[in-house]
Design a protein around this ligand. Structure first.
Ligand SMILES: Nc1ncnc2c1ncn2[C@@H]1O[C@H](COP(=O)(O)OP(=O)(O)OP(=O)(O)O)[C@@H](O)[C@H]1O
Ligand SMILES: [Mg+2]
Length: 264
């Protein structure tokens, strides 16, 4: 990691989608600095540019204005070095490959020189609780299990930065709540050599954002701007009981108020 204070630096990002016929400003002057190891959630109304923000941070898109840096360099560099793990809402597993072979796929197709230690397959399967299902195919798994496969696949390169876009959006509420604690357990346990992974996590769920995060960024409606940047000062490890405590409920009320004001 270069000697920079922040792992991810997004400065004055504006993004305009323009295909020559129509022009749409998705994000406007967004500045977010994320220190290494921080778990940051991004929340905001549908269409406000959350996925766009994640794609800019991961080097999948180039900003129209402003700069996006990972480790002080353009994100594509970190992406090419497989320092960034992506998890999207849709697990996008290959249906003809088993769980184990889906997880191992990035390692098979990549011929990068290994510059860091990588977890082995058994470790990854164990981490996401799917050891028993290694030879199953995606259609034989529940939605939550498929998301766990996608998470294991994203962790195969032991990335220092995880970009997660509503990874638990398609599963039921109970599974979703279990998955968030599982993710926290993995995050606590599976730090890289430099400590915990940095996570940028997009969600629509206020309670998910609070439970997981050190910090929640609220974006305004389109074009997305940073409307609030709130430190979540709850002790770790987070627990389900904590969700009923006053500080948690206060954060939830504050975030819901911000989201509601924006909808008016
Ligand atoms: N490839 C694209 N080409 C043109 N417009 C796009 C493209 N991707 C996104 N947009 C537009 O940019 C805006 C922001 O989209 P984005 O997907 O970032 O929103 P979002 O906050 O992730 O929404 P949601 O919560 O519904 O996932 C939307 O109005 C969308 O129509
Ligand atoms: Mg989105």
């Amino acid at each position: 990691m270069a000697n920079t204070e922040y792992h991810v630096s997004l400065h004055d990002l504006t993004h305009v989608f323009d295909d020559g016929r129509r022009s749409l400003t998705a994000l406007s002057s967004v500045t977010i600095d994320v220190p290494p190891g921080q778990f940051t959630s991004v929340i905001g109304p549908s269409g406000c540019g959350k996925s766009t923000l994640l794609r800019l941070a991961g080097g999948l898109l180039t900003p129209s204005e402003g700069t996006a840096l990972v480790d002080g360099e353009p994100p594509r560099k970190a992406q090419r070095a497989r320092e960034i793990g992506f998890v999207f809402q849709d697990p996008s597993l290959l249906p003809w490959r088993t769980v184990a072979k889906n997880i191992a796929l990035p390692l098979e197709v990549d011929h990068l020189e290994r510059t860091r230690e990588l977890p082995d397959l058994a470790e990854l399967l164990d981490l996401v609780g799917l050891s028993e299902f290694r030879d199953y195919h995606p259609y034989e798994l529940s939605g939550g299990m498929q998301q766990r496969v996608a998470l294991a696949r994203a962790l195969a390169f032991n990335p220092t930065l995880l970009l997660m876009d509503e990874p638990f959006g398609a599963v039921d509420e109970i599974t979703r709540s279990a998955l968030r604690y599982e993710l926290l357990r993995i995050w606590e346990r599976h730090g890289g050599p430099a400590g915990r992974k940095t996570v940028l996590f997009v969600t629509h769920s206020v309670s998910e954002a609070i439970t997981l995060s050190d910090r929640v960024i609220v974006l305004s409606g389109r074009p997305g701007r940073v409307r609030a940047d709130i430190a979540i000062e709850l002790p770790r490890p987070r627990t389900e009981e904590m969700e009923q405590t006053e500080p948690f409920l206060d954060y939830a009320a504050q975030l819901r108020r911000l989201l509601k004001e924006d909808a008016q």
